[in-house]
Write a protein that binds this ligand. Structure first.
Ligand code: ARG
Ligand code: ZN
Length: 883
């Protein structure tokens, strides 16, 4: 028999079994005595029965708790009054209304799971989503139980001068022998997953925001003292996000204080606890010398994301965890809209689609594929996925596309008004959008219940005699676990037709009296549909799925000339880029085949020409040009291979990069030199674009690996005043076998060895190097003082980067990479199951590889499943992968 923590296969939880709680908890009074060895938690709950039930017992959630005492309405309970196991506490006989007092002891200093109450750099902090609160005290730890919290924290005054929790500070003072206390009260009822506590010695950065109704909000950021100079960007992003949510969604902040705390040890990006966000320091801290442009953009997005949760997540929350995308999909969509409004919106869209296609599509094609509202789960933490977040946001984006800006806003206004203070479902969300717009979204709801990436196959016919242009669209969706057949989706397909000059033609469908110029949205509802455009004077070039109007795979055969034409002329920036990508994919797949057949690889001169024109062109958005010059990733290329061949994907991509670099050596060099910037650093969109374009030129030139360019690269490394340019140079050098590589890596280490976030970059870029010996280097780095197994950022930077970002080296045919990963999954699982499970999912696509790789990957999965005491988290991932 399999022995897991639960000593047998852990149970599956089903959405269809959802039941409202038997009891509500109106108030909770928490009292923490924080200690160095252990912490005691006293909790007083006011409970009331929701409705008459047969049962007179009450089951509370609780894990890893030492129960010290229980009182029911002031009476001490004895062991015959309750029953306790490793996951719950059952009170055998309880009345309709009562108070319950529970005292528990916990060990935050030994808590390596980073769920519940734990310490990071000696400071206390919490992470309660999804089910961490039950590791603090016994409770109805489910989002549909919303209580008013009062929290008293008592701790040593010297070690922990800062004591924080949700809401407003209502009392503070001294206690005996060097201890002090703070009492916080949150006026808004909330689910337990939004509870937070912080205690420590931290610097406070203060600012304020005046809301549109004139209320003054205190903004406090807490970081370690040596990081005080790195909060400006986060603070500025926060204020812009607050103003944006007022303007775009009419949402104003509600408490008088908003706090953000940065911690180094954190499982995810950040957490939206009411009034007290806790962040992975990676998404707060930035200064030009240590943070890249990408870091700056990520901080802006995550700060906004957590702030937006105050309405989409906290004021209106989820009924149960199957509804996770209700808050996450919507909030990601909101942060994407915000980011798009801050800079180049085309480039932002391209980045979103790249991530979706490289990673979410893989999830949809594997054993963990799930709808954005899953039907079941074993461990909810395994469902904080790209599907829930990123595809969830795409689904909301489609609603926005179908309803228009005004219609969508009418819907969200109604949503916030009607459900304020409640825990609701994705279906409630769709329903208010329907109601506010008098539309029927019943077919659209399939996006919530069906998994998988729909595929559109489109053929086109031009009839010169009738002057008609016909698009035939066929939609299918491949089977996913538990869903062999799918009903057709309701899909918005944004289209334009280009004339010979590249202008958008007026579009008039059969039966329509008037033509509309520009993009129009066709609504697909059937498996097969035909659209006939009239009065089309000549054969147009179709521009389909503009702006990536739906998260689907589009198959449309265009000639290379047509792709080049779209790349040069399409009014839709996203589709200009997309034409270049699809052309590159076509070329790369040809090269893959040639490589597999042992044929010599040949560069297509037409493609070189196209790239040259773009480099020499007059496009002013340099970030956009840089995106066009970035070839499709090895991961995205793999999507198009029946059997994934990581070696061929890498070789083909590298050949194309080198070929272009050789052929366009002069152009890349002049572009690179002409884009040299001036100090000091600016993080404006224009400057970000300039650095991006310049660094992609460097990347191309460095594939040639000549001594001149290497020394130019080293010069950039030495002379840059900002981390973006330093990292670009160092990444390229790390890929070479040169002496410059050694010099630069060492110099970088010496300079930054005390900055943990910068050291993450140092680890990552070595793990991502395509050098033959990268695995050996990575293994050595696991023993380096810069690496720490208990810190998720380190694990992601080194092991995650190697296994998930370096396919050609991870998938080495020897299987060494696979065995390395297995060892680390097993080492991590007892420390931090959430992170171990993330790593384990790297094996999910094992069936897509050749026989011999399949055999070795499967062996590793079986080895893990057979190991003693694996967590629920890893158990679910590995058994589903094998299933
Ligand atoms: N709600 C957080 C967010 O902003 C994610 C936290 C999830 N954490 C976890 N351990 N499952 O997206
Ligand atoms: Zn979120």
């Amino acid at each position: 028999m399999l022995e897991t923590k639960a000593s047998k296969a852990p149970p599956t939880i089903y959405l269809k079994n959802y039941q409202a709680p038997d009891y509500y908890i109106e108030t909770i009074d928490l009292h923490f005595e924080l200690g160095e060895k252990h912490t005691t938690v006293h909790s007083r709950l006011a409970l009331s029965r929701r409705s008459k039930t047969d049962s007179s017992s009450l089951v509370l959630n609780g894990e890893e708790l030492e129960l010290l005492s229980i009182k029911q309405d002031g009476q001490v309970l004895s062991t015959k009054d309750y029953h306790q196991d490793s996951e719950s506490l059952t009170l055998l006989q309880v009345p309709d209304r009562f108070t319950l007092e529970i005292e528990t002891r916990i060990y935050p200093q030994d808590n390596t799971t980073l769920s519940g109450l734990y310490t990071s750099n000696g400071n206390f902090c919490t992470q309660c989503e999804a089910e961490g609160f039950r590791r603090i005290t016994y409770f109805l730890d489910r989002p549909d139980v919303m209580a008013r919290y009062t929290t008293t924290i008592v701790a040593d005054e010297k070690k922990y001068p800062i004591l924080l929790s949700n809401g407003n500070l209502i009392a503070q003072g001294k206690r005996d022998t060097g201890r002090h206390f703070a009492k916080w009260q949150d006026p808004f009822p909330k689910p337990s997953y939004l509870f937070a506590l912080v205690a420590g010695d931290l610097a406070r950065i203060e600012d304020e925001f005046i809301t549109r109704s004139g209320r003054k909000i205190q903004l406090h950021m807490y970081v370690q003292f040596h990081n005080r100079d790195q909060c400006d960007h986060a603070m500025d992003s926060l204020k812009r996000a607050m103003a944006w949510d007022e303007e775009v969604y009419g949402r104003e902040y509600d408490l008088d204080i908003y706090m953000i705390v940065a911690v180094d040890d954190f499982n995810m990006g950040a957490m939206e606890n009411k009034g007290l966000n806790i962040f992975n320091s990676k998404y707060v801290l930035a200064k030009p010398e240590t943070a890249t442009d990408t870091d700056y953009e990520n901080i802006e997005a995550v700060i906004a994301h957590e702030y937006f949760h105050n309405w989409s997540g906290n004021r209106v929350t989820c009924r149960d965890w199957f509804q996770l995308s209700l808050k996450e999909g919507f909030t990601v969509f909101r942060d994407q809209q915000f980011s798009a409004d801050q800079g180049s919106s085309a480039v932002k869209r391209i980045q979103i689609v790249n991530r979706l296609r490289s990673y979410q599509f893989r999830e949809d094609a594997g054993p963990m594929a799930h709808p954005i509202r899953p039907d079941s789960y074993v461990e909810i933490n395994n469902f904080y996925t790209l599907t829930i977040y990123e595809k969830g946001a795409e689904v909301v984006r489609m609603l926005y596309c179908l309803l228009g800006t005004e219609g969508f806003r009418k819907g969200t206004d109604l949503y916030f008004e009607r459900y304020d203070g409640q825990a609701v479902t994705t279906d409630d969300f769709v329903q208010v959008l329907e109601e506010a717009n008098h539309v029927d979204l019943s077919q659209f709801r399939l996006w919530y219940s069906q998994a998988g990436t729909p595929e559109l196959r489109i053929s086109n016919v031009y009839d010169p005699k009738a002057s008609t242009y016909t698009l035939k669209v066929k939609q299918t969706c491949p089977p996913t676990p538990g869903q062999p057949h799918k009903a057709p989706f309701h899909i918005p397909l944004a289209v334009g037709l280009l004339d010979a000059e590249g202008q958008d033609l007026p579009l008039q469908l059969a039966g329509e009296v008037e033509a509309i110029t520009g993009t129009r949205v066709l609504e697909l509802r059937q498996t097969e549909e035909t659209f006939v455009f009239q009065n089309v004077p000549f054969k147009p070039v179709p521009s389909l799925l503009r702006g990536f109007s739906a998260p689907v795979k589009l198959y449309l055969d265009l000639s290379n000339e047509e792709y080049c034409f779209l790349l040069a002329h399409d009014k839709d920036h996203f589709n200009r880029w997309e034409a270049g990508q699809q052309l590159a994919i076509k070329i790369l797949l040809g090269l893959v085949e040639d490589h597999q057949q042992g044929k010599p690889l040949i560069l297509d001169p037409a493609f070189t020409n196209t790239i040259e024109k773009i480099l020499a062109g007059d496009e002013s958005d340099q970030a956009f040009v840089a995106q066009i010059l970035t070839l499709p990733s090895e991961h995205y290329l793999a999507e198009f291979m029946a059997v994934i061949d990581p070696e061929a994907a890498y070789k083909a991509r590298r050949f194309l990069q080198r070929g272009l670099a050789e052929a366009l050596h002069g152009t890349f060099t002049t572009t690179y030199e002409s884009l040299a910037g001036t100090s000091p650093y600016h993080s404006s969109p224009e400057e970000i674009g300039r650095r991006k374009l310049r660094n992609i030129c460097l990347e191309y030139l460095m594939t040639l690996d000549g001594p001149d360019i290497r020394s130019r690269c080293l010069q950039q490394f030495n002379e840059s005043d900002n981390m973006t340019d330093v990292i670009a140079a160092l990444s390229s050098l790390a890929d070479t076998e040169s002496s410059e590589r050694k010099i630069a890596l060492q110099a970088f280490y010496n300079q930054w060895k005390n900055d943990s976030l910068v050291m993450d970059k140092w680890l990552s870029l070595q793990a991502l190097s395509r050098r033959q010996d990268t695995l050996a280097i990575v293994k050595k780095l696991t023993q380096h003082p810069a690496f720490k197994l208990t810190n998720p950022n380190k694990v992601r930077a080194l092991i995650g980067a190697f296994c998930q970002g370096n396919p050609v080296r991870f998938h080495d045919p020897s299987g060494e990479g696979y065995r390395f990963l297995r060892d680390y999954i097993l080492k991590l699982d007892p420390l931090n199951p959430q992170i171990a499970a993330r790593l384990a999912s790297t094996f999910n696509l094992w069936r897509r590889y050749d026989q011999s790789r399949q055999i070795i990957m499967k062996e590793q999965l079986e080895h893990i499943v057979k190991s003693l005491r694996i967590s629920k988290d890893v158990y679910e991932i590995t058994t589903k992968a094998l299933g």
